[in-house]
Design a protein around this ligand. Structure first.
Ligand SMILES: *Cc1c(COP(=O)(O)O)cnc(C)c1O
Length: 820
């Protein structure tokens, strides 16, 4: 990252902060997340209060070498040689510092907002304008109250253009973002009707967004989107585009598809102009038109626009986590490479605990805006901070600058092909490998060589969506309520360490598994969070203790067995979790047994009650609310007795996912979040649902057949079409978890956006669907479930619950994890 340095004394003055500067150091990095620590000796940590209080992470940051902190109050603990600046509002201080920094540069800045497409438009403008400009831009989608200051902080002397995006989630947020970005040029992207939660109305939302453009000299937007908001547009110069309004500056009047490209014709300054875009989907086309309009508004010729737009490349900011050959885990990011995304990918790599060794395969980096020498110094220093065991550099520039890499196992190759030839000799095994390359290096060849061949039915897990879901529930919790994430049954069918790594990184407080084996495998993958085992079998108590797993104790027999085991092994104060049966009648101490339980616990010192909990049987169902309340009452009685009997505190918890929002008074000290992590919650209606589906199950078509009416399809001749038509055979069957119950038209799948029914019985490895009215081809993708055809819908189709659909997906179906 470009070097901006401020002395800490200077920052104190800028922020008008209290506190003593003990050692005057220089600051180049602003840190808001202690886990992201790089260059720690030059970092300034902001103890922001978001979902957790940043003050809780001072200790962690200090241990990583951070010595400069912006805080609201001084920590009680003494941190030697550290500077603490005290401000009334830490977030405001971060923003103030960014404003101050921005004001030092007389920089041309484009500010982007809208409901959708901000990041794509920003990245595409970066691609389109890079040939003439030295551009600083927001990393990824850093567009929030925290993201914008961090973006603007990167502005350096050599930049000739800034492109920053701004996003707001509620009224009143844009003013400060405007002040930080200070755009001279505004670009408005698609205005969707979604995400209205934080606003009184659609109009309010639009007006709030337009505040970014208060002081711009030029505004580029789609004419039709703002027809009713003319009064809000203060820009002296406007550049509009439209498909409807022929008086707009860029009037798009013709759109056709020519050999997989999208061909647009438009009227501009009385002349007909054209361009070709290498994307076909609606959203991409709209974003590309926005970029086209922006380039024209900036004075580029129509010919130049066409030339550059034709070479737009997909903005893939997703990292894929896959199973590799020789027990490796592969993080695949073979399409883009710059310093910012390298840092993000390295952070994701450092979240992985499943293997001891980590390897990075990196290509040369282009368009960094830095001198080559400085660039590779920075790359080397970044690699140096991340505990990488082996570094493989591909490209002439990296090869030339290999001296900067201070790492014992390093290898350099001038091009991808010569590296692939040597791949066998490197003996990559049992390690996590990050593959990161600029597009033109063709690193997908490396990723192909290193990943296992996938059976073509895949379940994709969106790890960001999962973290967003976690945070959605966190935002509904009272302060200090802990979260136990339920990762039993292979994390509801979606993975083991892949999920646990993310949850550990996101700082959940506890994990819970069903059996001891599941816990052991998490420990072997480097998970060190406390783990509760719901159903620990006595035969494996030794393994349980060896791996520091904490048992649920639900009966006297079982307690007795564990106490004997502990006594024999001279174990004291071993953490246990007491389960009270308040109505489920599955596992747990009866409420009437609690007095006896208290007596027993008072006499033994080999166990220590870490928590007391119960489980609600119908927390999502209004018709059982009276029973739910009764369960809570019974539970309260039980824990109160235990509190009186034990002279120490324990954690109290009863809520599963659907209780978290419906029964806030039952959050106690912790909640147990299960299916909600996957974006499913029966207790909240869809439209107010801030949750995102996490899993997508997809397969593809192996063959298409024409069938005449009356012919039969599949086993037992169960399938028939009403009229002549076409069926497609897809690669998923009941052995993959697509149950036979979905056969004969009950189940539906998505083909090119159309929901089509199954035909005939589901076979073991495949089944047939009706594609009579669809232009489908062999090899086409077929979606079994995703955010449109949801797991909930499928559950309804066959009269079961989403839990069963998810956990049924068999291990044969490969899981691929995304991190964006
Ligand atoms: C599975 C489980 C949960 C989580 O339930 P969800 O409905 O998936 O949130 C909570 N508590 C216990 C004891 C469980 O077994």
């Amino acid at each position: 990252m470009p070097h901006n340095t401020y002395s800490i004394a200077e920052i104190k003055q800028i922020l008008n902060a209290e506190g003593n500067v003990i050692t005057d150091t220089y600051i180049s990095v602003l840190l808001t997340d202690s886990r992201r620590a790089v260059n720690t000796h030059e970092a300034l940590f902001f103890a922001l209060r978001s979902r957790r209080d940043g003050h809780e992470f001072i200790d962690e940051a200090y241990k990583l070498g951070v010595r400069n902190f912006i805080v609201k109050q001084l920590p009680r603990q003494v941190f030697e040689n550290a500077n603490f600046l005290i401000v009334p509002d830490v977030l405001k201080a971060l923003q103030q510092l960014a404003i101050n920094h921005r004001d030092k540069f007389d920089l041309e800045v484009i500010g982007i907002t809208g409901s959708n497409g901000k990041t794509i438009v920003k990245e595409w403008l970066f691609q389109l304008l890079s040939p003439d400009k030295n551009i600083v831009r927001s990393p990824r989608s850093y567009n929030s109250q925290i993201g914008v200051p961090l973006s603007v902080w990167q502005i350096a002397n050599e930049n000739t253009l800034g492109i920053f995006e701004a996003g707001v989630s509620t009224s009143g947020e844009m003013a400060v973002l405007e002040e930080i970005i200070k755009p001279r040029i505004g670009v408005l992207t698609h205005l969707g009707s979604a995400h209205n939660e934080g606003f009184a109305s659609y109009d309010d939302k639009v007006k709030e967004k337009l505040k970014l453009f208060q002081h711009v000299q030029l505004l580029i937007y789609q004419y039709d989107a703002l027809v009713t908001f003319q009064d809000e547009i203060t820009a002296p110069r406007k550049f509009t585009w439209s498909r409807e309004f022929s008086q707009s500056d860029l009037y798009v009047f013709s759109e056709t598809i020519i050999s997989k490209n999208y061909y647009l014709r438009a009227r501009y300054r009385g002349k007909e102009i054209e361009c070709l875009i290498p994307f076909l989907d609606d959203a991409s086309v709209e974003n590309a038109i926005t970029c086209w309009a922006t380039m024209l508004a900036l004075g580029y010729s129509a010919v130049e626009c066409d030339k550059r737009l034709e070479h737009l490349t997909a903005v893939s900011m997703r990292l894929e986590l896959k199973m590799g050959i020789n027990d490796c885990t592969i993080i695949d990011d073979s399409y883009n490479s710059d310093l910012q995304s390298l840092e993000i990918a390295l952070n994701f790599l450092s979240q992985q605990n499943q293997h001891k060794n980590k390897t990075v395969i990196l290509s040369d980096i282009y368009q960094s805006g830095l001198q080559v020498d400085e660039l590779y110094k920075q790359v080397a220093s970044l690699i140096g901070t991340k505990n990488i065991n082996r570094f493989i550099g591909v490209g002439e520039a990296l090869t030339e600058h290999q001296r900067y890499f201070n790492i014992s196992k390093k290898f350099f190759y001038t091009d991808t092909q010569s590296f692939i030839k040597q791949l066998g000799k490197l003996d990559l095994r049992d390690e996590t490998i990050l593959i990161k390359g600029s597009r033109i290096f063709g690193f997908e060849r490396i990723s192909k060589a290193l990943t296992q061949k996938a059976h073509e039915t895949l379940m994709e897990i969106n790890l960001n969506a999962m973290v967003d879901n976690l945070n959605f529930y966190r935002s509904k919790l009272y302060p200090r309520v802990k979260v136990m994430a339920m990762v039993k049954a292979f994390s509801y069918g979606s993975g083991t360490f892949e999920i646990a790594n993310v949850l550990q990184y996101a700082k959940v407080d506890y994990l819970a598994v069903a059996y001891i084996d599941e816990g052991v495998s998490l420990r072997e993958s480097g998970i060190n969070l406390p783990i509760m085992v719901l159903n620990p079998e006595a035969a494996a108590f030794d393994k349980m203790v060896e791996h520091n797993l904490e048992p649920e104790i639900y009966s006297f027999n079982q307690l007795d067995e564990f106490v004997k085991f502990a006594f024999r092994n001279k174990i004291t104060a071993y953490p246990i979790h007491l389960k009270i049966d308040t109505g489920m009648h599955r596992l747990g101490f009866d409420v009437l047994e609690v007095d006896e339980l208290c007596d027993f616990l008072e006499q033994v010192d080999c166990v220590k009650v870490k928590s007391v909990f119960s489980h609600l049987v119908a927390s999502d169902a209004p018709q059982h609310d009276a029973f739910t309340l009764q369960q809570m009452k019974r539970y309260e009685k039980a824990y109160l007795k235990l509190e009186r009997a034990l002279d120490y505190k324990f954690i109290r918890h009863i809520s599963n996912t659907s209780a978290i929002i419906r029964w806030p008074m039952a959050q106690y000290d912790m909640v147990r979040l299960g299916i909600g992590l996957y974006g499913i919650d029966a207790s909240i209606p869809d439209h107010m649902n801030g949750l995102q589906p996490v899993a997508t199950l997809k397969t593809n078509i192996s063959q298409i057949k024409r069938i005449t009416a009356g012919e039969t399809v599949g086993y037992n001749r169960m399938g028939k079409l009403a009229a002549d038509g076409k069926i497609a055979t897809v690669r998923i069957g009941y052995a993959d978890g697509y149950l036979r119950a979905f056969g004969n038209g009950i189940g539906k799948m998505l083909v090119k956006g159309n929901l089509v029914p199954t035909v005939g019985n589901i076979a073991m490895d495949m089944c047939m669907i009706d594609v009579s009215n669809i232009d489908a081809n062999e090899g086409d993708e077929v979606i079994v479930f995703n955010h449109e055809h949801r797991i909930e819908d499928m559950a309804q189709e066959i009269g079961t619950i989403p839990y069963e659909i998810l956990t049924n997906i068999s291990q044969r179906v490969k899981r691929v994890y995304f991190y964006e």
